[in-house]
Design a protein around this ligand. Structure first.
Ligand code: NAP
Ligand code: G4F
Length: 324
């Protein structure tokens, strides 16, 4: 019999790649979607007839209960969140409710209606904050934003349901991962979109915040494979998923403009509006455990990721792009 999976956040970057992966593996895939005045299913258009969408919201316990009862999932992937760090200072209570408490709500729905289901929690390297690099599963957390605080709560809620009820609950502590499907507000996509706009004469400049911050950037398509592997293990456990390399925002900018044959210094300006009250200086993951236990390693290199994203944005804005 086909396995069944419930994905919260199926309309997001990761949800769309994970849904494709699970459909390919023969799963019955259910996705939780919230009611919006304009439906936001662009990222899953290509698999629309292969997934079953259930209406619900991480702030509404009853809709989560119904979703779990309907899907009777073997695996639940909790990817839904208010996931933009900058917004979390403007909406700290909502971020705590969705990104933090929302995880407890999904855990409760599973505990009550499908307790043998395996659960994956989308934990984040943001939880490490200012910790020394490289960060591993044993690095202490030092959250630096309301988002990261909410993710630390969700991380421990997941561990707690494992320890209290013997449920198969796991944290994937994922470092930044990007793709052409990345939301336009995140720095990588903002940069590649900006490059394409400038290249096609639609913009004259790109305004950014802290260019010195460093991140360990991988490709989302590689990372959803790790999510799936984490739930295929004999015992529930927590894993750091990363590339093991970090690069500065400035480096990302330089390479992205160079991909389109442009000199970034002519177009990029720093703007206070994009500086954060407290930033995270350097994230770089140690994936020794993931390599050993999951046999997982990323396939896509930093340069390949940039090329893929710049190319997609150049093509989006110009059908006659000369970019090869
Ligand atoms: P994303 O593109 O922002 O997607 C977030 C998803 O959550 C969307 O489907 C969104 O639905 C849904 N959502 C938001 N609020 C909701 C609510 N109240 N009820 C139900 N659904 C709600 O994020 P992502 O990049 O795919 O990341 C997936 C998860 O991994 C998130 O939990 C994120 O915090 C975590 N994470 C991401 C990274 C990364 O680098 N991408 C790294 C570590 C951890 P709408 O489409 O309706 O907005
Ligand atoms: O792309 P970002 O907004 O991602 P951030 O804050 O690292 O968070 C992402 O990764 C986390 C995993 O570590 C996820 F949990 C989270 O959900 C999200 O997916 O910013 C990256 C860096 C920051 O240091 C920021 O200050 O880029 C810097 N930055 C510089 N200028 C900017 C900008 N970030 C944005 N979004 N916009 C700018 O103009």
């Amino acid at each position: 019999m086909a396995k069944s999976a419930l994905i919260t956040g199926i309309t997001g970057q990761d949800g769309s790649y994970l849904a494709e992966l699970l459909v390919d593996k023969g799963y019955d895939v259910y996705g939780l979607v919230r009611r919006l005045s304009t439906p936001n299913t662009t990222r899953i258009e290509n698999i629309a007839d292969k997934v079953i969408l259930l209406e619900g919201d991480l702030t509404d316990q009853s809709s989560l209960n119904v979703a779990v009862q309907t899907a009777q999932p073997d695996e639940v992937y909790n990817l839904a969140a208010q996931s933009f760090v900058a917004t979390s200072w403007n909406q700290p209570v909502l971020t705590g409710d969705v990104t933090g408490l929302g995880t407890t709500r999904i855990l409760e729905a599973i505990r009550q209606f499908s307790p043998s289901a395996k659960m994956y929690q989308a934990s984040s390297s943001e939880m490490f904050g200012k910790a020394d690099v490289p960060q591993s599963e044993s690095t202490p957390f030092h959250p630096r934003s309301p988002y990261a605080v909410a993710k630390v709560y969700a991380y421990y809620a997941t561990v707690n349901y494992r320890e209290s009820y013997g449920m198969f609950c796991c944290n994937g502590i994922l470092f930044n991962h990007e793709s052409p499907r990345r939301g336009i507000e995140f720095v990588t996509r903002k940069i590649t979109d900006g490059v394409a706009r400038i290249y096609h004469g639609l913009s004259k400049e790109l305004r950014l915040g802290n260019l010195d911050a460093k991140r360990d950037w991988g490709f989302a398509g590689d990372y959803v494979k790790a999510m799936h592997l984490i739930l295929q293990q004999k015992d529930p456990d927590d894993f750091v998923i990363a590339t093991g390399e970090s690069h500065s925002v400035k480096e990302f900018v330089e390479l992205s403009f160079a991909e389109a044959g442009l000199d970034w210094k002519k177009y990029v300006t720093q703007d206070e509006r994009f500086m954060r009250p407290a930033d995270v200086p350097d994230l770089r993951g140690d994936i020794t455990k993931a390599k050993r236990k999951l046999g997982w390693e990323p396939d896509t290199k930093f340069n390949e990721l940039i090329r893929m994203m710049v190319k997609a944005d150049l093509e989006k804005y110009g059908k006659n792009s000369v970019f090869k």
